[in-house]
Design a protein. Structure first.
Length: 255
């Protein structure tokens, strides 16, 4: 077995795929660099990300699988599922062996089926993030939103929020993966920040503007007063808004 470790980036994964074919590695297994599941007797190779190599693999995938097929592979990668690298390689290898057919439609192949299922899961999480994210105005006028999605969908929701909030500066920060995206009215860039997580959950903290705090209280009071307790249907409510998304909603806060 040949064990190839990469730097957790999609370009690094495609570089690993390129080198598997370039050096004809037998029984390859691709893992993230910080993966603890090391195989004792495997030949270990550290992959150095090479954009020229990853671009060549991407160009090949686009020609053979089309834009939808490439999107499915990227979204499956963003699922961060353990072992997804080997599933992706299996699909790529299957495509290489069958250049005349659209293998992404062959759900009898287990790896293709897994990619399809992961794509759907990531797509649902993307949609929910777009629906449930709530921005809060900071004292410096920037609108801030914190998220903690099951999958790494932050880069997938950039276009939605850039189109929707073109006239204000905003940051969306992924608490689990510890990176965010910042829109400055012109461009979007990836940002890394050291956040005091406790301060973000403290309703009396000093990071939010006074206007923001007042609006949040008014919004909470509106939902509290319009709620008809006799018609409360928690089961139906949870079906439409699962509990794990309540932490994003202003109306669920306790003031």
């Amino acid at each position: 077995m040949t064990q190839l470790s990469y730097d957790n980036t999609f370009e690094g994964l495609l570089t690993a795929v390129f080198e598997i074919y370039e050096f004809k590695y037998l029984n390859p297994k691709i893992i993230k660099k910080d993966d603890q599941q090391q195989h004792l007797f495997a030949e270990k190779i550290e992959i150095i990300t090479d954009v020229s190599k990853s671009d060549r693999v991407m160009k090949k995938l686009q020609a053979q699988l089309g834009s939808d097929g490439v999107r499915c592979i990227i979204w499956a990668f963003l699922s961060e599922k353990t072992g997804v690298e080997d599933v992706i390689f299996d699909v790529i290898n299957y495509a290489v062996q069958n250049p005349t057919i659209n293998i992404m439609k062959n759900f009898s192949n287990d790896s293709v089926l897994q990619i399809s299922q992961l794509t759907k899961n990531v797509g649902r999480e993307k949609h929910r993030m777009e629906a449930f994210i709530r921005f809060e105005e900071l004292k410096d006028g920037i609108y801030f939103a914190k998220i903690d999605p099951d999958f790494d969908v932050l880069t997938l929701i950039i276009r939605h929020f850039k189109n929707r909030y073109q006239d204000q500066k905003w940051i969306i920060y992924d608490l689990r993966r510890k990176y965010g995206v910042y829109y400055d009215l012109n461009d979007v860039q990836i940002v890394m920040m050291d956040l005091d997580i406790k301060s973000l959950h403290d309703n009396n903290n000093q990071i939010f503007s006074d206007t923001e705090i007042n609006y949040q209280k008014l919004w909470w009071e509106y939902f509290d007063h319009t709620n008809i307790k006799e018609r409360k249907n928690t089961k139906l409510h949870v079906q439409h808004v699962p509990k794990r998304y309540w932490k994003y909603l202003t109306e669920k806060k306790m003031f």
